[in-house]
Design a protein around this ligand. Structure first.
Ligand SMILES: C[S@@+](CC[C@H](N)C(=O)[O-])C[C@H]1O[C@@H](n2cnc3c(N)ncnc32)[C@H](O)[C@@H]1O
Length: 280
């Protein structure tokens, strides 16, 4: 698939998932909450208190693999941009942390996700502090150097051009601004033919995943420094099997079992922070 086909596929699969009201089977994402928690909620990456701040519409479509506002060290008054905000779980949590003097901007290219996020934000009474934009993170229509923090939760693995995403993050951050990212990486090198076969499952967690060294090389190359890994969670087989066809097997084809077996113990959810240096 070329880059444009990948984007249309990802948008289509996440959009269909929202239209269908979630997933039938539990995936990285729940069909209902709290009975059927998301991966992130299930792994206590969100506290009970945090989950109680998020309306069910948003929680039930949560498809993250971490809790970026849990380690972004957000402060009152800060400006936060969420890359791939989905149905809004992390923009809502960020808005609570930055308070009424802060601002949160959620970016997502799937219209249906943004519509769900809008409803959830209105239900939370946070419409004044959160702005949502339907936009591609690889080409943001946002000005230079205005944000304090860029967060993202299980999204950048889905982007074909990760250099473009991190260049955009670098561009919109103030000098001294920071990244707090949860994403999926390979911890070891993967056979190129297996990777090529995974491409048809793009939207699932291995469609666009790359190796950790290559991932951090991109981040360093665009100018970020002081990269600090907060946690790495290797996906056990039960999690991997469900996450490879995220947002659900009814939307994304399940890869061949032998291909999934071949990457077992080599796929991890990673959480890290990094800095845009204060002076270039
Ligand atoms: C796995 S979901 C995660 C959603 C959200 N971060 C969460 O934790 O629930 C991935 C989201 O990224 C969005 N996305 C993927 N590629 C994107 C891109 N290039 N630009 C904007 N949004 C993108 C999808 O539409 C989808 O809502």
């Amino acid at each position: 698939m070329n880059t444009e086909e990948i984007k249309q596929t990802v948008k289509g699969r996440y959009g269909q998932c929202v239209d269908a009201g979630g997933v039938k089977e539990s995936c990285c994402c729940p069909s209902e909450a709290p009975k059927n928690l998301s991966f992130a909620a299930e792994h206590v990456l969100y506290s009970k208190e945090e989950l109680s701040l998020v309306p069910e519409a948003s929680l039930s479509l949560s498809k993250g693999c971490g809790n970026p506002t849990g380690f972004a060290n957000l402060k009152s008054g800060e400006i936060v941009v969420d890359f791939g905000c989905g149905a809004g779980i992390d923009v809502i949590l960020a808005a609570h942390k930055v308070g009424e003097n802060g601002r949160v901007i959620g970016i997502d290219f799937t219209d249906q996700m943004i519509e769900k996020a809008k409803q959830a934000i209105a239900d939370s009474g946070l419409s004044n502090s959160i702005e949502l934009i339907v936009c591609d993170m690889e080409e943001l229509n946002l000005k230079d150097g205005f944000a304090d923090v860029v967060i993202s939760n299980c999204v950048i693995n889905l982007c074909a051009d990760k250099d473009a995403v991190y260049s955009e993050a670098f561009r919109i951050l103030k000098p001294g601004g920071r990244l707090a990212i949860s994403d999926i990486i390979y911890t070891e090198s993967i056979d190129s033919q297996v990777k090529e076969r995974f491409q048809s499952t793009w939207a699932g967690c291995v469609g666009g995943t790359i190796e950790k060294e290559k991932y951090f090389e991109i981040i360093r190359k665009v100018g970020f420094s002081e990269i600090e890994i907060v946690a790495i969670h290797p996906l056990p087989s039960t999690e991997l099997e469900t996450m490879v066809c995220c947002p659900g097997p009814e939307f994304t084809p399940t890869p061949a079992k032998e291909d999934v077996d071949s990457v077992q113990d080599k796929v991890a959810s990673i959480k890290f922070v990094a800095l845009k240096p204060a002076c270039n």
